[in-house]
Design a protein. Structure first.
Length: 158
């Protein structure tokens, strides 16, 4: 079985994440959505809330499971422990590639896990969690950028 890990803080999970993870599910037998607690970020949603939203969004997608990535855990170690052969990352632009390549090389060096890059669908290439948070916090409508469960949770945050 070929397992891949799609890591991220998913704060919040948005349409670009969903699109990349759905495509990864068509390429691998098993995909683990690894929800991380990034110690350098102040999160809008708790880890538990982010896990709940991801579980609801991916509940009907065969071969996709959601797991918490323990704080302070190296992604390479998480992948090794999960038996993953690959990390899947979405790329929106060249800046994303410049940021992700050194991490991909490091993860391969540390554990042998390869990174597979999937280019973002142009419909979602402008979407990031940061943009979703900022637009929402300033009163804008982000419903087209996020799954319904995330939109409802964001509305509750107002």
């Amino acid at each position: 079985m070929r397992r891949a890990v799609c890591p991220g803080s998913f704060d919040p999970l948005h349409s670009g994440h969903v699109e990349v993870i759905t495509r990864a599910a068509s390429l691998f037998d098993d995909v683990v959505v690894a929800v991380a607690a990034n110690l350098s970020k102040k999160h809008l949603f708790t880890l538990e809330e982010r896990l709940e939203m991801a579980e609801e969004v991916f509940r009907g997608l065969d071969g996709v499971s959601v797991m918490a990535m323990p704080p302070g855990t190296l992604l390479a170690d998480f992948c090794h422990d999960a038996g993953a052969a690959a990390i899947v990352k979405g790329l929106r632009n060249g800046s994303d590639l410049d940021y992700e390549v050194p991490m991909a090389v490091t993860n391969r060096h540390l554990s042998g896990v390869e990174t597979v890059f999937l280019p973002a669908d142009p419909r979602h290439a402008h979407v990031s969690s940061t943009i979703v948070r900022e637009v929402h916090l300033l009163g804008g409508d982000v419903s087209a950028m996020v799954p319904g469960v995330v939109g409802r949770r964001l509305t509750q945050r107002r």
